[in-house]
Design a protein around this ligand. Sequence first.
Ligand code: NI
Length: 196
Amino acid sequence: MRRSLQFGLLACGTLVVVLAGYWLWWALEGRPDRGRPAIGGPFELIDGDGRKVTEQNFRGQHMLVYFGYTFCPDVCPTTLFNASAALDDLGPELAAKVRLIFISIDPERDTPEVVKEYAGHFHPGTTGLTGAPAQVAAAARAFRIYYRKAAPEEDGSYLVDHSSILFLMDRKGRYVTHFGHETTVDEIAAALKRLL
Ligand code: NI
C-alpha cells in the first residue's frame, strides 16, 4: 500500500519534471518562430541553369521572395522593379546581403531559360526559379500563395491569377514582413535597412 503510494508520487514527480523540462525547451528552443506567422519553409525548385535549388542555397542571405510569372503584364514587373530600386537604394554593400528571388507560378511557359532571362531585367542580385508543377505548388503552399490559370484566349495565351506579395525573410529563412505591390520603394528600402 505504502510502497505503491510512494511509487505513485515518484512517478508523478518524474512526470512533472519531464513536462516542465519539455515546456522550458519548447519555450526557449522548440518554437524559434515565436510571434512569426508560419510563412515560408523548405522548397525545391530549378534555377535558370536547370540546377536543383533549395532554401538552403540562400541561407546566410536575406531573401525577398516573390511568386509571379514572366508573362504577367503589370503587377509582377512593377513589384520586382520596386524591389530592385529598393536594393539599389541600399548601395552595393548592403544589397549584397539580400537575394531577390522570383519564383514562377507558371512553369508551363516559364522554363529555366525564360526565368533566367527575366531575372536579368531586375537587380543583379535577382534569381529566377521555376520547377515541375508539383515543386512550384509545394513552394507556393509554403508561402501561402494562391494562383490559378485563367481560361486561355483564342490564340492560346493566358493570364494567371495570383497573390502578389513580396516576402522579406531573414538569413535563416524566417519570415520578417511582407509588402504588397502598392508598397513604395522607400518603404521597402526602409524595412531592409532596419533589418540589415
Ligand atoms: Ni503578376
